[in-house]
Design a protein. Structure first.
Length: 136
């Protein structure tokens, strides 16, 4: 996957807080990108059958999009946990979101074996603090 998968993952997280269809501007705000950039990605995802996008109404994940986003979310959770627990990064969630679509599932699975486990589940859908990370 490419870095565009960031938008798919962000949509997945937003859909757990808001009922679809979701405004692309909400996703854009979450990832610190422009609405135009996010809408362009949603058009592509719509063509690929990952989302259902209706201009001026919003976007929602399809079944295929949900499956893809769930895989991204698992990788995101692993990376976030690794960045927080092992690397002690301050912006671990934002870093994990940026990398979730780049790191393969195999790498994420191997990272899991290096993580400290205290019995709690790190897999909850988090509230992302993007700080001042604005890019296009």
């Amino acid at each position: 996957m490419t870095s565009a998968s960031l938008y798919l993952l962000a949509l997945y997280i937003v859909e757990h807080r808001e009922e679809p269809p979701v405004s692309p501007s909400v996703v854009a705000e979450q990832v610190g990108r422009s609405s135009a950039t996010v809408i362009e990605a949603f058009h592509q995802f719509d063509e690929e059958g990952l989302v259902s996008y209706e201009p001026y109404k919003g976007v929602g994940l399809t079944e295929a999009g949900t499956e893809a986003a769930e895989e991204l979310h698992e990788t995101y959770v692993t990376l976030s946990w690794f960045f927080r627990s092992v690397l002690d990064l301050d912006e671990y969630e934002a870093e994990a979101m940026e990398m979730a679509g780049i790191v393969s599932g195999d790498v994420a699975e191997r990272l899991v074996t290096t993580l400290p486990y205290d019995g709690s589940s790190p897999a909850e859908i988090p509230e992302i603090d993007w700080g001042s990370r604005k890019r296009d």
